[in-house]
Write a protein that binds this ligand. Structure first.
Ligand code: TXA
Ligand code: MG
Length: 343
């Protein structure tokens, strides 16, 4: 594996040419995007895409997002798209919004896990755009973590997870957003948000009117196969606790031991006898998103077996990721952590 570091001007033309040549030869490359790092390969090359699944240990029924750098590429991937899709593209691309649209026959089935739709997004990270533009290839790319682990938001996370399994890791610094893109299914009405992200339901509704959110009981359906898998979890057990500071300290102190730490909001002084890792201001959802995955990974790096997390507002995407990391169970005023649940 070769680590290539982008500077403030991005990559040099020699570096871009080198990466492009290898992508054309079927290589798999970890690239920075504004959301999280992606594990990218030529979307039209089945063998290259197969390698992505193998490297990640990703189930083959979990389809990939295809990353593009211009509208011509979109037209080569989808059979048609509605006026509403055009409106969302104008409003949010390039950026952290993925549209699921009807695919055309050119897109290999391995990319879409056999579905008749394809998920597409145009990232805004200039390094990602320059790689796609130079290679002139649409790039299939899931998040560049091993399946199940928190998504990587720094090149170092990709090195930890992937090491020599990839040809290149491109270091574009820490990802600005820090959470994966919002995904909206647009193949039929009512449109459905399949995954929340930094672009919110109300921002989308401001552009195309009312949309629905995927309900829990629908998650197992073919709608978005990837959603059903356990996600974003560090090796440590994540215990999510809603409510105020006193609720949190009472619950944690009742079960605390030496192998646990806490994830708290910036500036909080908690009466706890354990390490407290700050992950952002309580009401600053952008900051919480930016730091979430890096701090979850830090819990493992420091060797903790369990992390107690102060839950943010249930309306933000960070809360959604935390409930998945915690295996959906969360605690609070009406639910006490039992000793047996945490040991
Ligand atoms: O921000 C992001 O979206 C990052 C960066 C690298 O772009 N990518 C990412 O990819 O998070 P991944 O593979 O970790 O998540 C993609 C999700 C999966 O849950 C998958 O099931 C869903 O997108 N998906 C892909 N194609 C789909 C389709 N045709 N229909 C429904 N869901 C789809
Ligand atoms: Mg992922």
């Amino acid at each position: 594996m070769e680590l290539i570091k982008a500077d403030e001007n991005g990559l040099s033309s020699e570096e871009l040419e080198k990466i492009s040549e290898r992508l054309h030869g079927g290589a798999v490359v970890a690239i920075p995007t504004e959301t999280v790092y992606g594990l990218a390969a030529d979307a039209m090359n089945q063998e290259a895409v197969k390698k992505i699944f193998e490297i990640k240990g990703r189930p083959s029924d979990n389809p990939l997002i295809v990353h593009i750098s211009n509208m011509r590429m979109l037209n080569n991937l989808v059979s048609d798209f509605s006026n509403d899709a055009k409106k969302l593209i104008n409003a949010f691309w390039p950026g952290p919004l993925t549209l699921v649209l009807k695919k055309n026959r050119e897109v290999p089935n391995i990319v879409t896990a056999g579905l008749d739709s394809v998920a597409v997004r145009m990232p805004s990270h200039k390094v990602a755009l320059s790689i796609i533009e130079c290679a002139k290839l649409p790039l299939a790319a899931p998040s560049a973590n091993l399946s199940g682990l928190p998504s990587p938001t720094m090149a170092r996370h990709c090195v930890d997870d992937l090491g020599d399994k990839v040809d290149f890791i491109v270091d574009g610094g820490s990802c600005k957003v820090g959470l994966e893109s919002t995904i909206i299914l647009m193949t039929k009405k009512p449109y459905k948000i399949l995954r929340t992200g930094i672009i919110t339901k109300s921002q989308i509704e401001g552009v195309i009117g009312a949309v629905e959110t995927l309900q829990k009981h629908e998650e197992e359906s073919i709608c978005s196969p990837g959603i059903k898998y356990r996600h974003y979890s560090p090796n440590a057990e994540v215990v999510l606790i809603s409510g105020g500071i006193s609720e949190f300290t009472t619950q944690v102190n009742a079960v605390l031991d030496g192998s646990s730490c806490a994830m708290v909001f910036t500036g909080e002084k908690l009466d706890l006898d354990c390490m407290c890792l700050e992950y952002g201001g309580q009401f600053n959802s952008a900051e919480l998103a930016h730091n979430l995955f890096a701090v979850l990974r830090k819990v493992d790096e420091l060797g903790f077996k369990r992390v107690f997390v102060r839950a943010p507002s249930p309306h933000c995407a960070v809360y959604d990721r935390l409930t998945r990391a915690a295996g959906r169970e969360s605690f609070g005023e009406n639910k006490r952590i039992k000793r047996t649940t945490v040991f």
